[in-house]
Design a binder for this molecule. Structure first.
Ligand SMILES: Cc1ncc(COP(=O)(O)O)c(C=O)c1O
Length: 361
């Protein structure tokens, strides 16, 4: 039975992506070096960053990239302010502390987007802050943070912004030619619809130059990885060759689809259909619509089901999973919720099947 993944990733991939991985490469083959170069160029093109930024892919999941980027870009004499409104903001703060860096958080409720007035006040109050970190779409809930305005605010205060764009890159608009961002971090297996296994950063070249030797980790050193690519086009350590090939194919498919605007339109259409149908069944979106990205939705069940029993996520999950339909638990400790993602190489008919199965369950 085909698994249909309504989750934040890993996600369903297009058959052409899986086929592209069905061969072997040596890491020093000219073919593979060309594939790596295409990967790096295409990643930059997605965010219009070729003139200012360098693409640095790295083996591993998104969190490996968060750790690599914080360790490479934030030094011992620096201070990182982390905007927190969910688990992934908290993760960046935890990484910074593990690295022994000076870290502060600007805490928000899980349903509250970054408050720009508070951010400005925090930057004004503490000149020691050199870097700010912001999660573009907090996958904890699906919350959208105001990236463009936050970026301009940080730039006007002379601070470097590091963006966790894990759940938005490839779908939500991001133009590095006009948005002042020091580094954008994302991974292969979300809106790019590639296989899991690669994280990547688009880093301003001006921010990379002074980062030599800064990262205490050898394998997560993005400056060294970047220098390696620039010198001989090769990965420093064994590359995930099939995943590179799959991700390049996924990026070609993104371009063929019409780029991020077309992908966003596809996700938005599904999101509206899903939310409309679940609201009719009595579920409620956790977030205000104005703060919701069309990537993943957090739903609250009605307090009682039509049969008078309390909502039982595990029962719903199991009923759907038996039909190959995979949804996701909530990540909030305060409320009973569950999540449904709309990203990935799914058909509109897959959403019809999901909605019908939820109604039936
Ligand atoms: C916004 C965000 N940041 C970071 C991560 C961590 O990525 P990974 O689970 O691939 O390590 C995720 C994963 O869902 C995410 O959604």
């Amino acid at each position: 039975m085909r698994q249909r993944l309504f989750t934040p990733g890993p996600l369903n991939t297009d058959e052409r992506v899986r086929r592209a991985m069905d061969r072997d490469w040596g890491s020093r083959d000219a073919d593979f070096i060309a594939l790596t170069a295409e990967l790096r160029d295409r990643l930059l093109a997605v965010a219009n960053g070729a003139a200012t930024h360098a693409a640095v892919p790295l083996q591993g999941s998104g969190t490996f990239m968060l750790e690599a980027a914080v360790g490479t870009l934030v030094g011992k004499a620096d201070k990182l302010l982390v905007v927190v409104n969910g688990a992934y903001g908290r993760r960046v703060a935890a990484i910074g502390r593990r690295l022994g860096l000076a870290v502060e958080t600007l805490d928000h409720a899980d349903d509250e987007p970054c408050d720009l007035t508070r951010l400005a006040a925090a930057l004004d109050a503490d000149p020691a802050i050199t870097h700010v970190s912001l999660v573009h779409v907090e996958t904890t809930t699906g919350l959208l943070n105001p990236l463009e305005t936050a970026a301009r605010l940080c730039a006007s205060h002379g601070r470097a912004l590091i963006v966790d764009a894990m759940a938005s890159f490839g779908a939500l608009p991001l133009d590095l030619a006009t948005t002042p961002v020091a580094a954008v971090l994302a991974s292969s297996n979300k809106c790019l619809e590639g296989p899991p296994g690669i994280g990547f950063a688009l880093i301003e070249r001006a921010a990379l130059d002074p980062a030599e030797g800064r990262n205490p980790s050898m394998s997560l050193d993005l400056h060294a990885q970047w220098k390696g690519f620039e010198t001989d086009g090769q990965w420093r350590f064994t590359p995930p060759v099939q995943i590179v090939a799959g991700l390049v194919e996924a990026l070609r498919l993104l371009e063929a689809e019409g780029g991020p605007p077309a992908r966003l339109a596809r996700y938005s259409r599904r999101f509206e259909r899903l939310v409309g149908a679940l609201e009719q069944l009595g579920y409620r979106l956790y977030l205000d619509r104005a703060n919701q990205a069309p990537i993943i939705a957090t739903f609250r069940p009605r307090p009682e089901t039509p049969l008078g029993r309390p909502f039982d996520f595990q029962a719903l999950y199991s009923r759907l999973a038996a039909q190959g339909l995979v949804i996701y638990p909530g990540k909030l400790t305060s409320d009973v919720t569950f999540r449904i993602g709309v990203i990935g190489a799914l058909q509109d008919s897959d959403f019809d099947d999901l909605i019908a199965a939820i109604a039936e369950a």
